[in-house]
Ligand binder design. Structure first.
Ligand SMILES: [Zn+2]
Length: 187
């Protein structure tokens, strides 16, 4: 990880500038090695560097991706500064819990609504998944859909996607304990 590429300066000639990360979150993702960069040329021959940060999927379609949310902007009690990737994973899980409770998340593979509750029937049980390839993204998927997901995501890059801003859920009522990493048997 040498140079850091941030999205805080718009690229000249970019016609599909996606929703941009805030500079501090962009810098944090760069430090975690989660930014992806490509060189693109436009029709008049201008070449520019395009950087994409991690995404969250809210459904199974290419248009269902949003930028990964910023913990400090939703009242999350543990600040981004000082977080390790594991802490951010917990944040994303809490954020997804709120999104599921709001009825905003569909399975990344089958597109069916993800339901909340601890005692779901088997077909509705789901898991949160973190993909770290050329595409870096979190998504929710039914247990039964998991094995089909790799095929669906094969070859997918962030450069063909136009993510939106993530929906905002107020996470300020969480306690610090709820932001701590779980031991594996709790998951
Ligand atoms: Zn599914």
């Amino acid at each position: 990880m040498g140079r850091q590429h941030l999205l805080n300066t718009p690229a000249d000639g970019a016609t599909d500038t996606p929703a941009a990360l805030t500079p501090d979150l962009g810098k944090w993702f760069a430090e975690q090695g989660l930014l992806r960069t490509a060189i693109e040329g436009d029709e008049v021959g201008t070449i520019h560097e395009v950087t994409r940060g991690p995404l969250v999927a809210l459904g199974s379609g290419d248009s269902d991706f949003a930028l990964a949310p910023h913990p400090d902007l939703v009242g999350y009690p543990r600040p981004l500064a000082g977080m390790a990737l594991d802490d951010y994973n917990v944040f994303i899980f809490r954020w997804y819990e709120a999104a599921v409770a709001a009825g905003d998340v569909r399975c990344a593979r089958c597109g069916k609504l993800i339901l909340s509750g601890d005692d779901l029937p088997d077909p509705d049980t789901w898991d949160a998944i973190f993909i770290e390839k050329e595409l870096v993204a979190w998504m929710l998927v039914h247990f039964d859909c998991k094995r089909w997901l790799a095929k669906k995501l094969k070859g997918m890059t962030p450069f063909e996607l136009t993510p939106r801003q993530p929906p905002t859920y107020d996470l300020s009522s969480l306690t610090l304990v709820e932001t701590e990493r779980q031991t594996p048997h709790d998951e």
